[in-house]
Structures are given as structure tokens and as C-alpha cells.
Design a protein around this ligand. Sequence first.
Ligand code: S3P
Length: 172
Amino acid sequence: QMRPFPLRRLVLTGFMGAGKSTVGRLLASHLGWQFLDLDSHLENRTGATIAELFSLHGEAHFRRLESTALASALGRSHVVLALGGGTPEDLTNRLLIEQTPSTFTIFLDAPFSTLFDRCMLQEISRPVLADPETAALRFERRRPLYARLSRLVVETTGLSPEETAKAILDEL
Ligand code: S3P
């Protein structure tokens, strides 16, 4: 099997609540790499929260900022990057990720109800979850995109973040 050696970036994709940030942090510490969360990166760059960016300027504006932040994040090496749940909906974003060399993308999957419940237990404000029915539609639309973008799919139901990270490290 072809491997993108030397591996320089791991990208974690999947819906909100999939564990991208938690698992990403664990992977980075195992590898001795930097962890980068695209949402946090964006919040640091703009000085506004994701919820503020949505409510002040709308989702389209947020998506433009997200694409810029993605390009800058993919320029780094020895990094584990947690995408936002919506990042792969944009074709340019997908192409950028696919065409960045030495990059291994992982899809953290779980059923919508599991993801939704996990998000409800968190204190992060996520504008996209405000309407659960629309969120479910987004989930359906995105799943094939997450899958096609990724070299590895991990079904995370019943796995702790540590177990998920281990499953990934075993595949690298
Ligand atoms: C979004 C997911 C969020 C964040 C924003 C929009 C989405 O990221 O980028 O609220 O459209 O699914 P997480 O998946 O890290 O929560």
C-alpha cells in the first residue's frame, strides 16, 4: 500500500462531536507534534468566537475565513490538524487537503444521534446545531465527503478518545 512518507501532517475530519479536537490533542502528544484546531486558530486570528463570527457576519463570511485559516494551517509541518465539521463541504478546501503532500486524513465517524448527544454535553456554542433537523441534513450531506477525503475511517462509538487515538496510531 502507498504511504505518504515522510508523514508530516495528520488531518482529522468528521462531524461536530466526533472527537476531532480531543483525539487530535492525544495524537499530537504521542507523536511529539503540534496540535492545531482550525476553529481555535480562527478565533485567535480574528479575536472573535465562532458563534460571534456567525452571528455578526453570517455563515458565508465564516466559511471564507475558515478557508484562509485552512490554507495557513496546511502550510505547517509535524502538525495534527482538527478541521471544523463543515470544512470539507467546500470543494476548494477538499482539493487543498488532498493536494497537500505528506498528509494523512482520518474520518472519525459515529451515528448522528451519538454525535448530537456528545455535543449537548459540551459547553461549546455551535450555531450549526441550533436547529437539530437542519444539522441532521448537514450530517447526511457531509458523510460521503468526509469518507472520500480520508485514508482511514474510525467508527468511534464505544471507543474512548485514547482508544480512538491508539487505533489511528496502529494504522500509520
Ligand atoms: C461547524 C463545526 C464547528 C465550527 C462551526 C461550524 C459545522 O466545528 O467550525 O461551528 O458546520 O459543522 P467542530 O466540528 O469542531 O465543532
